[in-house]
Structures are given as C-alpha cells and as structure tokens.
Design a protein around this ligand. Structure first.
Ligand SMILES: [Cu+2]
Length: 117
C-alpha cells in the first residue's frame, strides 16, 4: 500500500519522466483551425487507449455545451462524436479523460468557424 502511494505520488509529480500520461495527438477540428463551415463531428486521437469522461464546447462568451459521450465506456484511442450545431465565431472544446495509467488528463483545443454572419 505504501509502495503504491509512493508510485502514485511520483507519477503525479513527474508525469514527464518514466511512464508518461496519455496525450492527445491530433484532433478535428485541429488546434488553431479556421473552418469555413461548422464541424459536424469532433474527433480526438490519443497516443494510447483512454476513457473519455467529458467533452465541452465553449463559445467566445463562455457559454458551455456538453457533448454527449458514447454509452460504451471502453477505452479507445480514437473518439468520434457528433457535434451540436455551432454558430460562426471563436470556439474551444475542453476534453477530460482517464489516462492509461489511471490518472485524469485534460486539454483544450481552440478553433474558429468563419461562416457568413
Ligand atoms: Cu499518472
């Protein structure tokens, strides 16, 4: 038990050393993307199997829309989710997942939709 706690503490303090946490490799929309039209889906590609626990879309005014996750919570390296209708403007999505080593990881991807207003 003490050994497990020590290993956990080490991993939290130095995730870059030894066994690193899972990370997002690419996404669609991609970080910094400027889209001509609203995306119909959001795709996340991780470096290993993770369990996605939340995906939230946030507009320029800070209004949040939670995206429905699959009922099947089996860890996956690629998640493909239907996007709700999004109006033109600046957006970001925040994702949360359980890393392959069991620890929570999270990140933010910013993009813009350059539609006709
Ligand atoms: Cu960890």
């Amino acid at each position: 038990m003490i050994l497990r706690s020590a290993a956990l503490a080490l991993c939290l303090l130095a995730p870059a050393e030894g066994r690193a946490h899972s990370e997002l490799r690419t996404s669609a929309p991609a970080q910094g993307a400027r889209l001509a039209a609203a995306p119909t889906e959001i795709v996340l590609r991780f470096n290993e199997l993770v369990q996605l626990t939340a995906l939230t879309l946030i507009d320029a005014e800070g209004r949040q829309t939670r995206v429905a996750l699959p009922r099947d919570t089996t860890p996956r390296a690629v998640e493909r989710l239907a996007a709700p209708p999004l109006s033109p403007g600046a957006w970001r999505f925040e994702w949360r997942a359980i890393s392959a080593d069991g620890h929570p990881v999270r990140g933010t991807v910013r993009f813009a939709i350059e539609g006709v207003r």
